[in-house]
Design a protein around this ligand. Structure first.
Ligand code: NAI
Ligand SMILES: O=C(O)C(=O)[C@H](O)COP(=O)(O)O
Length: 377
């Protein structure tokens, strides 16, 4: 059994090695030539699995993407050829939730803004949107959710229309898949008119797909509205974001919101679970055995007497102890204009762990709500 895989997928040998022969390539270079003898193709979001690739892959039985997004797979072409496929729902929900919270805390610290009492509008209330919402309460944020597909499917949470959300939210965070058809397409969901309708001083976060926001319109609107603050992890035209937009952002990163050690491993492990039959696996090995031990120990925090604003500043520092988003932002501004810089930075992304890898001993319960492991003082 031959597996062709993106070289940026961790622990491939440990996970798939016992069952198959593995050939790896840079994700953007996987094409017809690389897959011609493959039985299984494992990719991340940068590999275009299109008709031309599938035409060459006569033995292919399964395509797995270790990501939630699957806009890089031609689903019609896979279905026409009877090739089974899967993505990895939820693999990076916690990572994205923690990225957004770390970014908001960091910008709040830079701008000397108290987050408590502000309204956070979340567009797309699936895995990643819900992970943000789950943590928002710990910061005293009021949450509004917009997700027409979930509302129509009977999800019992309260939802608002998109334009109502934009009219009320102080902070807006986007968590939708990129779609161009269906009842609720998301391509340019935030177009010039919606961007112009944002409340004064809104903070806009995009950690889903660049094309969910019209990037050229965003440049125009931000030029006229410096009050808007931008946190962008995803870009139209990756791996070549528009430089002018990068320069207009407050926090800019190279599509790494979902890049925790745990998330990448979880994505691969979910695909292994999908392949039990093809690979002849009787007993699926436990996910925990592939996760390295945490390098961070317990943090003892004496924060019982801190004011809300002091605690928020402390939370920003603790979040950056786990993941230094300031350093990522600085590196991105240096690297993204260099040839291959966007992908180079993604490859060199720090070994970022999830909040759960750090135990906090404190009398305050918010640490646990933010996702940290709790220890008794
Ligand atoms: N920057 C990064 O590293 C990452 C980016 N992503 C992107 O974020 C997207 C969301 O990820 P998940 O939350 O895990 O996916 P998900 O599938 O769990 O949730 C997406 C939600 O968006 C909703 N939705 C669809 N169309 C909508 C519309 N027009 N308006 C409002 N809501 C709509 C869906 O009903 C669903 O509940 C992925 O499709 C992917 O493109 C995901 C993980 C990491
Ligand atoms: O899960 C998704 O969808 C994502 O956007 C991934 O986290 C992005 O990672 P790469 O596939 O680009 O490595």
């Amino acid at each position: 059994m031959q597996i062709v895989a993106d070289e940026n997928m961790p622990a491939l040998d440990a996970l798939f090695g016992p069952y198959a022969e593995i050939h790896t390539y840079p994700g953007r270079e996987i094409g017809p030539e690389q897959v011609k003898d493959a039985d299984i193709l494992l990719v991340r979001s940068v590999t275009k699995v299109d008709r031309a690739l599938l035409e060459a892959a006569s033995k292919l039985k399964f395509v797995g993407t270790a990501t939630i997004g699957f806009d890089h797979l031609d689903i019609d072409a896979l279905n026409e050829r009877g090739i089974r496929w899967s993505n990895a729902p939820g693999c990076n929900a916690e990572a994205v939730g923690e990225y957004v919270i770390t970014a908001l805390l960091t910008l709040a610290e830079r701008e000397s803004v108290a987050l408590t009492g502000k309204t956070l509008g979340i567009i797309g209330a699936g895995n990643t949107g819900s992970a943000v919402a789950k943590r928002a309460g710990a910061l005293g944020l009021k949450v509004l959710l917009c997700d027409p597909p979930l509302a129509e499917a009977g999800d019992e949470r309260d939802f608002v229309e998109l334009d109502a959300l934009l009219a009320q939210a102080d902070l807006v965070s986007c968590h939708v898949p990129l779609t161009q058809s269906g009842a609720h397409p998301t391509w340019y969901l935030l177009d010039e008119s919606r961007l112009s309708s944002l409340k004064p001083d809104t903070w806009l976060v995009n950690a889903c797909r660049g094309e969910v926001i019209d990037n050229r319109a965003l440049i125009e609107v931000k030029r006229q509205r410096p009050d808007l603050k931008l946190i962008l992890d995803v870009w139209e035209g990756e791996p070549n974001p528009i430089t002018e937009l990068v320069e207009l952002t407050e926090i800019a990163t190279p599509h790494i919101a979902g890049y925790s050690v745990e998330a990448k491993l979880r994505g691969n492990w979910l695909l292994l679970a999908q392949l039990k039959l093809e690979l002849g696996i009787d007993q699926l090995p436990a996910f925990a055995q592939f996760v390295p031990a945490s390098e961070l120990a317990t943090l003892i925090i004496d924060d019982g007497a801190l004011s809300g604003e002091q605690w928020q500043r402390l939370a920003a520092r603790v979040a950056r102890l786990v993941y230094d988003i300031d350093a990522e932002d600085r590196r991105f501004r240096n690297w993204h204009t260099q040839e291959g810089g966007f992908d180079k930075q993604r490859k060199a992304h720090l070994n970022r762990r999830e909040f759960l890898s750090l135990a906090i001993a404190s009398e305050q319960r918010q640490w646990q709500s933010l996702g940290f492991e709790s220890k008794r003082v």
